[in-house]
Write a new protein. Structure first.
Length: 456
């Protein structure tokens, strides 16, 4: 993970806090997210708006959603803030940030005028949650995400007369919703990690050089009894992935339940053969006597077909996501072009498709002793260590950062070590990485994993 230097005047303005109330009285400002809908696999946009009784010199909007159900695509500012002296956006799979400062020094007349539901921009999101209709919240959140990796976390705010107005000072936050509707009702193919307990399909994740399991699913909202007799599947994947053919698993899920009699899968991992990296699958349930007309059961929720392993290249870039898509015309290592089809009542029918990704996990950089993970080491970190280790009150975001003396354990010696460094002259500083962020040079069983809900 790269740590980026942020220009301090901008940070000071964006993170300015104040205990004052909304100056001048009147209605408190509000940041709002609209609502929209889309068919599974397609994208839609939600509006971002501001209601303000006084001119606004700047603002920050930070909002998130369930990344298992929506994927962030783009954030487009409106004409209202297009001329801002500072205008920055951050777009990630699970959150976005919009930062705008109309007047950086706070002395000029430039500002967003007072108004109701003024359009600030739009956020484009794609529905990736297969199955029945789902409503997905798009929520404004404080203190969870940063403008750049490793930077300070942000709150939603507006700037009036050089002072920041957050929720604590009366800023209103209105969340939105994206409704993901089922497709046209026909059979569909989907992919992702192994199914979670709640029935959702997660994004597969792994580090460079690791092997991850990718599973392939179907939906078929047919009448009771089902209608799919067989299928062909054509998949194209980023060549930083390598398909492990002999890892294919059909011993669980729908193919096992219907006792499918023909199943073949082969992969092309050659990035230099002119057609990329591909996987071809063929399946027919009933091919041997006695013929009984078995079919895949109908299902609105994702039904497991098979799983197969993919190895992430050791050279894959940390923090990237590698695409896995269904692509008609793929031939794998053969010469026969294959499409994404199902056989229903002895005739082919195209299958709707919803691709997925394998995300490459980055090694999280940290500063030893920085237990609260805000890129500063001070008395608050010693308090965080006590809260984490003994009071169960602090969800440490990076376990290794709380190991101040780098002995591979969490115990009372860690806050004592840090306190003596901070306040008793001549005592040693925490071992590397310190005082700047880096990777842990010590192989001690601790890593920078921590509470998954804490910003990192």
């Amino acid at each position: 993970m790269k740590l980026l230097r942020i220009r301090s005047p901008i940070v000071c303005l964006l993170l300015l806090t104040t205990s004052g109330l909304f100056a001048g009285g009147g209605r408190s400002p509000r940041l709002s997210i609209g609502s929209a809908s889309a068919v599974q696999g397609e994208s839609t946009s939600v509006d971002l708006s501001l209601t303000n009784a006084r001119p606004v010199q700047g603002l920050v909007m930070v909002f998130e959603w369930d990344a298992r159900k929506l994927r962030g695509l783009a954030l487009t500012p409106s004409a209202l803030i297009a001329g801002a002296e500072l205008l920055e956006t951050r777009v990630e799979d699970s959150f976005m940030i919009l930062s705008a400062v109309i007047d950086i020094d706070g002395q000029g007349p430039a500002a967003i005028p007072a108004g109701d539901s003024q359009l600030l921009g739009s956020a484009e999101l794609r529905c990736i949650c297969p199955g029945p209709r789902q409503e997905v919240a798009v929520a404004l959140v404080d203190g969870r995400y940063a403008r750049v990796d490793g930077g300070p976390v942000l709150d939603n705010l507006v700037v009036d007369d050089g002072e920041s107005i957050t929720q604590a000072e009366g800023l209103g936050l209105d969340n939105g919703t994206v409704v993901c509707e089922p497709g046209d009702g026909g059979p569909a193919f989907l992919c992702g990690g192994p199914l979670l307990e709640d029935g959702s399909i997660p994004t597969a994740e792994g580090r460079p050089g690791e092997t991850v399991t990718m599973c392939y699913y179907y939906t078929d909202p047919a009448p009771a009894g089902g209608q799919i007799q067989g299928l062909s599947m054509a998949v194209s994947y980023d060549c930083s992935l390598s398909c492990v053919e002999n890892s294919v698993d059909v011993t669980r899920g729908a193919l096992r339940d219907v006792e499918a009699e023909f199943f073949e899968l082969h992969c092309d991992n050659d990035p230099n053969d002119g057609d990329g990296c591909e996987m071809v699958v063929g399946m027919l349930i009933d091919i041997n006597a006695p013929f009984d007309g078995r079919r895949l059961p109908a299902t609105d929720a994702p039904g497991l077909l098979f799983c197969v392993d993919f190895t992430i290249s050791p050279e894959a870039e940390d923090g990237t996501c590698l695409d896995v898509t269904f692509e008609n015309g793929v031939d794998g290592r053969g010469q026969v072009a294959t499409d994404n089809l199902v056989s229903i009542d002895f005739f082919e029918q195209p299958a709707r498709t919803l691709g997925c990704q394998v995300c490459v996990e980055a090694d999280l950089l940290f500063v030893r002793g920085d237990c609260n993970f805000n890129r500063a080491v001070n008395i608050a970190d010693a308090a965080a260590m006590v809260g984490f280790m003994f009071l169960a009150e602090f969800p440490a975001p990076c376990f290794d950062a709380c190991d101040a003396n780098d002995d591979g354990r969490h115990d009372v010696s860690d806050p004592i070590y840090l306190l003596t460094h901070l306040f008793i002259p001549g005592n040693p500083a925490p071992p590397a990485p310190f005082p700047t962020a880096g990777e842990d040079p010590t192989d001690d069983g601790l890593d920078c994993s921590g509470d998954p809900g804490f910003p990192g």
